[in-house]
Design a protein around this ligand. Structure first.
Ligand code: NOJ
Length: 486
């Protein structure tokens, strides 16, 4: 007997559970067939020191060859859906839409068909940070034309796979590939342009998303009837003291609002407070124009309302203090963006997970869900990522079991008590993979991957058994965790 009969902690009927991965983090085969390099291929090859263990994604978890194993795992876990991303430069090696790779097409077709055969819904992310290098050479996300290049790529993907794929995420975490990337220079493409490149990328990514959404809406929705949105990573920001309530709300607008207000708010456009602050700062810096490029009325209308659900990636939280001069750092714990005067810290009781940015505060997830509903209205929300980093702890990942349990409890409370419409939950991640700057040191997998083994053997962790039990019971009321071989 796995499931408890009473308890009241059931998920609503129709609530879906899934797990996610991303192409560069799992596929490997970086130069196989006609695939061209992405910015991540170039970045790690040119700057091995940037990655904590000097590793890269050349082979990664070898999912280009081991995709059948991944499907088997997803099936054993009982996943309702599997979220994976397409490597743009595998499908369109020239970056542009007039040449489609036969091998790239076959790889994703096989994956989609294999999932569907097992009754698992495929959910595709179009862009998970791996821009074709050929497009980076033309300026990448700082070139306004990228919105058309991306829209063309999206159309190809919808045409090839839209008959079977009903949920699409255009962009994964623009806050990372714009703000963190350009404000630090540490992530691909390795360009350091704080408060400039980041804002150009910010604007162009919003327009790219909007164009891709509208193409689906006009050309594909009538026949395929799917859903499209983007996935935003948002930290929950909590005021450190009563005096910090106002600055905390401003910080939320700079992190959550930057990529949500243009799309999800009724009025559209940049969060007004962000627009005002950056304009003032730019003026003080002697500039004639704000570093935040304005959105024209036409652009505001193009972007506004381009969603069918809100995609939320949630991991961690911060407390917010008004900064003293010497403490000024950006709205996230990376130096470089100092447009608001905040100092971010954490409460001593929030435990640190297996990487320096990660502090655990499950209640932050519920508070954020409630804030999103208040801010943008009663929309459907998919949790598109949530999971725990740990250093190599083998198979007994009890901290991860706790993390999932405590976060799923908060999701249930948000649904039951606060009436937030959360309809899906996605565990990050199915299998260990290349964790960007943390290489293979920081692990997030429900399944461990043995990187010493050329076969990249996958083995279930305790968290895999726990998650499979939650899915089977459709509830947090579980008598016994599934113990059979997964
Ligand atoms: C969010 C990103 O989408 C994913 O690629 C990354 O591995 C996780 N966060 C964990 O850091």
């Amino acid at each position: 007997m796995v499931c408890a009969v009473v308890g009241g902690r059931d998920f609503p009927p129709g609530f879906k559970f899934g797990a996610a991965t991303a192409a560069y983090q799992i596929e490997g085969a970086w130069n196989v067939s006609d695939k061209s390099p992405s910015v991540w291929d170039s970045h790690v090859h040119a700057n091995p020191d940037r990655i904590i263990d000097r590793s890269n994604g050349d082979v990664a978890s070898d999912s280009y060859y081991k995709w059948k194993d991944d499907i088997e795992i997803a099936s054993k876990l009982g996943l309702h859906f599997y979220r994976f991303s397409i490597a743009w430069s595998r499908l369109l090696p020239k970056g542009f839409a007039n040449y489609i790779s036969e091998d790239g097409k076959k790889y994703y077709n096989d994956l989609i068909d294999g999932l569907l055969e097992k009754g698992i819904e495929p959910l595709i992310t179009l862009y998970h940070w791996d821009l074709p290098q050929v497009l980076q050479d033309l300026g990448g996300w700082t070139n306004p034309l990228i919105s058309d290049w991306f829209a063309d790529y999206a159309r190809v993907a919808y045409s090839l796979f839209g008959d079977r794929v009903k949920i699409w995420i255009t962009l994964n975490e623009p806050v990372m590939f714009c703000d963190i990337a350009y404000n630090t220079g540490a992530l691909a493409p390795g360009v350091y342009s704080p408060g400039r490149g980041s804002f150009l990328c910010n604007k162009h990514s919003m327009i790219a998303h909007a164009k891709a959404y509208r193409i689906y809406d006009e050309e594909f929705r009538p026949k395929y009837n799917g859903k499209v949105s983007l996935a935003n990573q948002i930290m929950w920001f909590e005021p450190a003291t009563e005096d910090d309530v106002e600055i905390t709300e401003i910080a939320r607008q700079f992190m959550a609002g930057m990529y949500s207000h243009p799309i999800f708010s009724k009025e559209g456009g940049w969060p007004p407070v962000m627009e005002r602050i950056i304009a003032e700062k730019s003026k003080k810096e002697g500039l004639n124009h704000s570093r935040l490029p304005p959105l024209t009325q036409e652009e505001i209308e193009l972007i506004r309302g381009t969603y069918d659900f809100f995609g939320l990636n949630f991991y961690t939280s911060r407390t917010v203090l008004t900064a003293k001069e010497e403490e000024k750092i950006g709205p996230w714990p990376y130096k470089g963006s100092s447009d608001i005067d905040v100092h971010l810290t954490v409460k001593p009781e929030w435990k640190n997970a297996g990487t320096k940015w990660f502090f655990i505060y499950p209640e932050g997830l519920r508070k954020l869900l409630v804030w999103l509903k208040k801010e943008y209205g009663d929309m459907e929300i998919f949790i598109t990522e949530n999971g725990l980093a740990s250093y190599d702890i083998g198979l007994d990942d009890h901290d991860r079991v706790e993390y999932y349990k405590e976060h799923l409890e908060q999701v249930l409370l948000a649904i039951q008590e606060d009436e937030v419409k959360v309809t899906a939950y996605t565990a990050w991640t199915l299998i260990d993979n290349f964790e960007w700057l943390d290489g293979y040191r920081s692990k997030f997998g429900l399944y461990q991957v043995d990187y010493e083994d050329p076969e990249r053997k996958r083995t279930p962790r305790a968290s895999a058994h726990y998650y499979a039990s939650v899915i089977k019971c459709h509830s947090l009321d579980i008598d016994n965790i599934i113990s059979d071989e997964l």
